[in-house]
Design a protein around this ligand. Structure first.
Ligand code: GMT
Length: 394
């Protein structure tokens, strides 16, 4: 199969009919699933998104893209409505109505399990192949819980193909679930480096830092794993040395703790909480340093988005982050919780223009050379064709 560098051109083979299921709300797995589906549609495939809400990156009309909402009956007996079953029915419905050949599900629970149920509900000659992409806490946290562990393992084992977004996540899947790592393909997350770039308008730098201050930025869903209070702590140390503003993008359970800590430290007027944002590339291109002090990340898509915008990253050396951020080249990596070292690293970048320029260029280069959409989407497409043909990924 001839591969092409064309942004929209298919590598080869007949167009496919693909179903995609993911979490539709803000989060890296939903963003990746949607971008992948849209890229596949641009390459000529028919793509059906099946979820309880329209994925947040799915806006506007695009040819060959369809969205099917999962219908749920709100019956008083259901204290916990069985979404997994409703999803299985919606997937089965899409398989039968649109003759889907593949279901690509993102985040194992419950999507892989529902997909397997949907497959079994379909007559043998029309059963689709199931591809499961592991994203992070489906393996490292949620899937570890005794109530989910066995069904997570079973759903991975029964999938026709399994991918993980980093080598770290593949290895964790082997270590924690006893699944042979050779059966899991590592296909990293990707980025549209044409969209996520620095030299484009709009840039809101003057609005975010009206007195010409440096800008630190953090983007996440503010869950405990992101350690957003550490972002405030790092900022506190940096702002006492260099005029700086902090822009916090996103929303979630830890937002009020972070806001309270900023107020406690007397930083409230220099930290802006923007809430969830649709087009983070417009913000990331104004940032001088991106902070990601997570407890764990299987990949760290937000760091890649920043790097593509030429923003150096200061992060923790945990999980799959070192597969994305190269220490001392595209930013700095430190142990979890070491806010003093993260502040020092941030200051080293902010106070040395030559270093900033070098890291900014290196960050952009790594994003382009290793994670551009045109390099990664063909790998998924190849996997699709090979899974349909029943063979391994070559
Ligand atoms: O696994 C999660 O916590 C959710 C998921 C998401 O939907 O945001 O995040 C994971 O998947 C992203 C996309 O592949 C990765 O960039 C994140 O690193 C990963 N999060 C964690 O591992 C905590």
């Amino acid at each position: 199969m001839a591969e092409t560098e064309d942004r929209s051109g298919r590598a080869g083979g007949d167009p496919l009919r693909i179903g995609i299921s993911c979490y539709p709300t803000y989060g890296g797995s939903g963003a990746m699933a949607t971008e992948l589906g849209l890229a596949m549609a641009r390459r000529g495939h028919e793509v059906h998104f099946i979820s309880y809400a329209q994925p947040f990156r799915l806006s506007g009309f695009q040819e060959r893209v369809y969205y099917h909402a999962v219908e749920m009956e709100d019956y008083p007996l259901f204290e916990h409505p069985p979404y997994s079953l409703a999803l299985a029915v919606a997937l089965n419905d899409a398989i039968e109505k649109h003759d889907l050949q593949l279901l690509h599900v993102h985040y194992a629970i419950p999507h892989a399990t529902s997909a397997l149920l949907a497959k079994q509900m379909t007559s043998p000659e029309r059963q689709p192949r199931i591809i499961t992409t592991l994203h992070g806490t489906d393996i490292t946290l949620v899937g570890q819980h005794p109530s989910f562990k066995r069904i997570t393992r079973w759903s991975i084992e029964e999938s026709d193909a399994v991918t993980a977004v980093s080598s770290y996540l593949r290895d964790r899947t082997e270590d924690d679930f006893g699944i042979d790592r050779s059966t899991i393909d590592v296909i990293p997350n990707f980025i549209d480096t044409e969209l996520f770039r620095r030299d484009r308008d709009p840039c809101y730098r003057d609005m975010l830092a009206p007195d010409g201050e440096k800008i630190l930025m953090h983007v996440s869903n503010f869950r405990p794993v992101k350690r957003v209070v550490d972002v405030i702590e790092v900022f506190h140390r940096v702002a006492s040395e260099v005029p700086t503003r902090l822009v916090m993008v996103g929303d979630g359970p830890e937002r009020s703790r972070a806001q309270a800590r900023a107020a406690e430290l007397g930083l409230a007027d220099r930290v802006v909480f923007l809430g969830a944002h649709q087009s983070v590339f417009e913000l990331l291109r104004c940032a001088d340093v991106f902070l990601l002090p997570s407890l764990n990340e299987s990949f760290g898509l937000a760091a890649l988005e920043a790097m593509s915008c030429g923003t150096p990253v200061v992060a923790t050396s945990t999980g799959g982050i070192p597969e994305v951020v190269i220490h001392a080249e595209t930013g700095y990596l430190y142990p979890v919780g070491d806010v003093d070292a993260m502040a020092e690293g941030t200051l080293a970048i902010l106070t040395d223009e030559v270093k900033w320029e070098r890291m900014s260029k290196a960050a952009r280069r790594v994003a382009q050379n290793r994670f551009d959409e045109t390099r990664i989407v063909p790998a998924y497409e190849k996997l699709y064709y090979q899974t349909l043909a029943g063979g391994p990924l070559g």
